[in-house]
Design a protein around this ligand. Sequence first.
Ligand SMILES: *Cc1c(COP(=O)(O)O)cnc(C)c1O
Length: 431
Amino acid sequence: MSSTQSRNQALFERAQRTIPGGVNSPVRAFRSVGGTPRFIERAQGPYFWDADGKRYIDYIGSWGPMIVGHVHPEVLEAVQRTLVKGFSFGAPTEAEIEIAEVICKLVPSMEQVRMVSSGTEATMSALRLARGFTNRSRIVKFEGCYHGHADSLLVKAGSGLLTFGNPTSAGVPVDIAKHTTVLEYNNVAALEEAFKAFGNEIAAVIVEPVAGNMNLVKATPDFLNALRRLTNEYGSVLIFDEVMCGFRVALGGAQQLFGITPDLTCLGKVIGGGMPAAAFGGRRDIMAHLAPTGGVYQAGTLSGNPVAVAAGLKTLELIQAPGFYDRLSAQTTRLVRGLADAAREAGVPFAADSLGGMFGLYFTQHVPGSFADVTKSNIARFNAFFHKMLDAGVYFAPSAYEAGFVSSTHGDDVIDETIGAARGAFAALVA
Ligand SMILES: *Cc1c(COP(=O)(O)O)cnc(C)c1O
């Protein structure tokens, strides 16, 4: 279909009149891959359909939440059953206790939990809590990790290793960015140096224990062990941002997989099952500092929304089915192995990695271990591959800096169709 006839194109032009850039979250605009974003009309299982009626195999799954596939009948039923009883009350409900109990059971480092509506709110609130608890201001984050768009977190490294951070977004005051120190991911020496220099000032270290916002990059066990040891030694709060990897890489998250217990954990994406729900929680003595019991203020009109909680609770029930993660991991492994084989046959330098239901595709020889490694990817090749796959009806993340996601509805046939399409796409790259 030519772009002049495309409904996606017409919608994109119309959208740009009333919505900045035509989208409500930047990566949706296809800026890094070029071309016209697809406007999605409906979804089912591993598929969604765009405004032109074209079907795609979906490997973003709303950036992680759709782990049991789109419009799972049991989640749908739970949402419908809840909806008719009211949309929002601004008063507590029993279902909020249930989801708190399930989260604390599945992620035992979370002794208490507070529900919020987005991952951004979870990380922002966890940081405020850590600062209130420690009476310190400085926070440490790592290059390439994304923790939502709160001011303190839109910061890049300064000129020297241990200098003040600089804003990465217009509108973030330098006076706020200066409290954030940005270090290299998986670099134990840099971390030790930072703690030696100003460990007593560090309120919190926040990290994605499996990074999914610079493509997929796994933390090394050495790095995570050093984080736990140093934060303990200096009385800083260790925050695992598992908004993406929580309930994705394992039922108990990356902390279960690596055997590291953080002080606070942020969750989102999967716990809403596609509805706006997120959470932060952890040590009871830290959580006690939160309003109304403590002096750290945090609130939300729609926090613990009954419809979002219903979708989340049912999703959390479904992922506890015996063997769920073994099957999800096996399907994801089948996908990345098949893609790597197809690339090798075509002679395209390519690597792929996965953990649970999360995967990374890299147009490099080796799986990356840091943001600097990820930037060595051949972006032009990725973009060409992305569009060839899109034309073939496979929707990968529209950026070389994003991870991919498989759901329990991505069966062998769906994965094999993807690999078949990739054979053609890789061959075309070197033709
Ligand atoms: C998506 C994400 C966030 C932000 O969550 P939103 O719901 O988009 O605000 C924070 N941290 C990580 C690791 C994420 O992947």
